[in-house]
Design a protein around this ligand. Structure first.
Ligand SMILES: NC(=O)c1ccc[n+]([C@@H]2O[C@H](COP(=O)([O-])OP(=O)(O)OC[C@H]3O[C@@H](n4cnc5c(N)ncnc54)[C@H](OP(=O)(O)O)[C@@H]3O)[C@@H](O)[C@H]2O)c1
Length: 279
C-alpha cells in the first residue's frame, strides 16, 4: 500500500481501500456526521459500520455532506455494513440489507458482511448475501468473526467464497492459523480493533518503536497491519487522530521490528470469542 487510497483487489476483482474508518461505539449525531465528513476530506475512502451500531443514518448523512463538499462521487467511496445476528436467515437478511441501505441513503453497498457466525442461521444468511450479490445489489460479500471451522462449514454449501473475513486483530492477537487459512482460500483478512481500543498504545515496545521511527504508537501498530496486507479500519472521531492514523505511508518497519511486534501475541482478545458468544 502506497497511500491512504491504495486498494487491495478482492477475490471477485473488486478493489477495496486497504485503510478505512470504523465507527463502532459512535453515537448517531453531530460528532459522527463530522467524523465521517472530515475523514472523507482527509482522504479516507472506506467507512465501516453495522446495523447494530445504530448509527447508519448519521454515517449516511456524513457521506452525503462529504461527497457534496469534496465533489467526489458515490463510486469513489467504499461503504461496508453488516447484518446483525437477530436478522440472520434468508428473508430476514434480505430485508435487513434494504433497511441498512435506506438508513445510509445509499442504493448499494460495496461490502456486506455477516457480523457473527451464529450456529444454525449463518448459512441461510449467506444464501441471501449470494442473492444480493447475483442481483448486483452489492459489490462484494463477506463474513466477520468466522473461525476456520465456520468457513469450512460455509464453503461446503456456498456458491460464492467470501471476499473478506473481518476479525479482531492486533499485536496481542495475531491469529496466525486463521490468517494462513484465509490466504490459502483467497479470503482477505480485515482487522477490527487494530489498536485494541487504545490498550496497546502505552506498551513499552510500541513506545520504544514510536521513538525510533519518530512516529506515534498508533502509527506503529497501524503500519504493522498494513505491512502484513491486512485491511485496517481504526476508529476515531477526533480530526487530529483521523489524520495521525492515516499518516503511515512514509515509513517502513524493518523485518526485525515487524517480528518483535508480532511476538507480543498472547492470543488475547478484547472482544468476544467467536466460539463462545451468546448474543
Ligand atoms: N466485526 C466486528 O465484530 C467488529 C467489532 C469491533 C469493531 N469493529 C470495527 O472495527 C473498528 C475499529 O475497532 P474499535 O473501534 O473497536 O477499536 P480501535 O480502532 O482499535 O480503537 C479505537 C479507540 O482508540 C482511540 N484512538 C484511535 N486513534 C487513536 C490515536 N491515534 N491515538 C490514541 N487513541 C486513538 C479511539 O478514541 P477516539 O475516538 O477518542 O479518538 C477509540 O477509543 C470499529 O469502529 C468497527 O468499525 C468490528
Amino acid at each position: 500500500m502506497k497511500n491512504l487510497q491504495s486498494t487491495k483487489t478482492l477475490n471477485n476483482g473488486v478493489n477495496m481501500p486497504g485503510f478505512g474508518l470504523g465507527v463502532f461505539q459512535v453515537e448517531d449525531g453531530e460528532e459522527l456526521i463530522e467524523a465521517v465528513k472530515t475523514a472523507i476530506h482527509i482522504g479516507y475512502r472506506s467507512i465501516d459500520t453495522a446495523s447494530i451500531y445504530g448509527n447508519e443514518e448519521g454515517v449516511g448523512r456524513g457521506i452525503q455532506l462529504g461527497l457534496k463538499e469534496t465533489g467526489l462521487r458515490r463510486e469513489d467511496l467504499f461503504i461496508t455494513s453488516k447484518v446483525w445476528n437477530a436478522d440472520l436467515g434468508y428473508e430476514s437478511t434480505l430485508k435487513a440489507y434494504e433497511d441498512s441501505l435506506k438508513k445510509l441513503q445509499l442504493d448499494y453497498l460495496d461490502l456486506y458482511l455477516i457480523h457473527w457466525p451464529v450456529e444454525g442461521t449463518y448459512k441461510e444468511a449467506w444464501r441471501a448475501l449470494e442473492t444480493l450479490y447475483r442481483e448486483g445489489k452489492v459489490k462484494a460479500i463477506g463474513v466477520s468473526n468466522f473461525q476456520p471451522h465456520h468457513l469450512d462449514e460455509l464453503l461446503k454449501h456456498a456458491h460464492i467464497t467470501p471476499a473478506i473475513n473481518q476479525v479482531e486483530f492486533h499485536p496481542k492477537l495475531t491469529q496466525n492459523t486463521l490468517h494462513t487459512y484465509l490466504k490459502t482460500h483467497g479470503i482477505q483478512m480485515e482487522a477490527w480493533s487494530p489498536l485494541m481500543q487504545g490498550e496497546l498504545l502505552q506498551h513499552p515496545l510500541i513506545e520504544e518503536l514510536a521513538k525510533t521511527y519518530s512516529k506515534t504508537p498508533a502509527q506503529i501498530i497501524l503500519r504493522w497491519d498494513v505491512q502484513q496486507d491486512v485491511i485496517t479500519i481504526p476508529k476515531s472521531t477526533k480530526p487530529h487522530r483521523l489524520k495521525e492514523n492515516a499518516d503511515i505511508f512514509d515509513f517502513v518497519l524493518s523485518d526485525v521490528d515487524m517480528e518483535r511486534i508480532s511476538d507480543l501475541n498472547e492470543n488475547k482478545r478484547i472482544g468476544p470469542d467467536p466460539d463462545n458468544f451468546d448474543f
